[in-house]
Structure formats: C-alpha cells, structure tokens
Ligand binder design. Sequence first.
Ligand code: SER
Length: 321
Amino acid sequence: MPKVLIIGACGQIGSELTYKLREIHGNDAVIASDISYNNLDVVNSGIFEIVDAQDYSSVKICVEKYQIDTIYLMAAMLSATGEKYPMKAWDLNMNSLFHVLNLAKEGFIKQIFWPSSIAVFGPTTPTLNTPQHTTMEPTTVYGITKQVGERWCEYYFKNYGVDVRSLRYPGIISWKTMPGGGTTDYAVEIYHQAILDGHYQSFLSENTELPMMFMDDAIDATIKLMQAPSEAITIRSSYNLAAISFTPKEISEAIKKHISNFEISYEPDFRQQIANSWPKSIDDSSARTDWNWNHKYDLEKMTSEMINQLRKKYQNSKINS
Ligand code: SER
C-alpha cells in the first residue's frame, strides 16, 4: 500500500488527484499539502499539512512524519503568471523539483509524479500532431522550467535510478477547482461565464487552436502512468498526452447547443502570443502504446458534463446563501 504526499493539493489538478487517490488508497494513505489553506474542500477532506515546496526541510519533515513513499509534485507557477514573475516562476518550479528528486535519490521516497506541459514546445516546433521527440525551443519561463525539469527527471532516472514519471499535460478543463495563471484557463472560465452571464470575453482570438483535456481523463492518465510496471515506461523525460483540440470559436459553438443565447467576444491580450507559440495538436502514440492510454471525453461530452455540473454547483450555492 503506497503512502502518498500531494504537494500543491489545493490547486486545480492537485485537488482532484487528492480526491481520486483517497478513493483508491484510502483516506489515511493520502496526505494533502499546500503552502496555505486556500481550498477548504481539500483541507477538510482528510489529512492536510502546510508544506512549502521550495523549502527542502519542510518537505522532508512531512515525508518522514508520514513515512511517505510517493510524491505528486503539483505545485507550479503557470505560463501567464510566470511571464509576470520570471524569477519567482524559475525558483518555485525548479527548487521544488530538485527537492523531490533529491529525496528520492537519498532513499526517502520511491516514486515521483511531476507534471510537464505542452509549454515545453515553442514556435519552431511542428504545430500539427507534434511528435514526442522534436524541436523544443520554449519561449515562456514556464516552458523553460518544464523543459529543463524534463531533462533533470531523465538524468535522475538514468544516473540514480529515481523512479520519476511525467506527462506533458495539455490545457485541463474542470469544474471543481479553478485553474490559476495559465494560458488555457479561458476554456474553463468560458463555462462559468456562460452560466452566470451568458457572455464571455475571450483573451485568445477566435481561431486559436490548442490541445485540451477534460479533468477526468487527465486524472485517469496520471494514475495509469503511475500504476504501470516500470519496464513499460520507455520515456523518462515526459510523455506527450492528448485528447482534444479546439478553438475559442469551436468551444463557444459547443456551449450554444446547451445555452442558445450564449455570446462570445474576442479581446486578445499578452496570452495570445504564448498560445501562438504552442502546438495545435499532439501525437501521444507512445503513451497509448506503452501504458494503454485512451481518452474518453470529446468536446461534446465534456461540454455536457461541465454545464450540468456547474449548473448544479451554482444552484447549490444559491440555495446555501
Ligand atoms: N495550462 C497550462 C498553461 O496554460 C499549460 O500547461 O500555462
């Protein structure tokens, strides 16, 4: 039975990973942690600790206290915020990774999950069906940290036998916890605004196509990768991972099938340039071959689920207020 620590458990992906891993391993086997108590659903759902991912001893104390053997390092500064605070993004994204890699190298933990991103690619990368191995010249600080991080993961695996596994997540869409500071965040905000307002002003232009994925698929991929036998993992930098690709215009059309008077307008900002540097679609055949990855949600199915769940959520919060 693994003993799991999630660092960054209050965030968009960390929170749902916490709930899922607790379902699988039991509440006491999964310790949620973050730098503050900023997601009370997570804090109140089981064991929760304050851990500063940038402070080696803070992470180590928690690992020793609970005899942790597996860490999911979900704390990071994403692409848009990273451009505002380049050095902070570098420090957070790199220091936290080294702390966890070194804990494994020193024998305190056995397994690591560390997310990478489509942001590792850049304007010189082929944009359609981007291959696993290709030109990578990221132009955002976030992308640079993820690319460098991938190199270090592979290095620690090859030289120190550290069992670190990683996925290049596309934009992740979910209804439980909001994302923060990413370029793909529009694809979550749009659903909230559609329900609350009937209108959304997109910060990306109408034909900006990006790779995306529904949260349930992202969690499923993460758990499948972590449960795969070590011999099946042929890529120790990070796996390409894909499900769907769409533009703001296409997602707005999918929403109109449920909310017929929904309207979208476009006011691109600095995030447009970030989006322009990323692929439109991803070839993830290595993940599909090595550990049987398969996505379940297309744009239509995801849109129905998002709208149903968010309607319920806003209905309940009205009743409770
Ligand atoms: N969702 C991330 C971002 O937009 C990409 O990995 O920064």
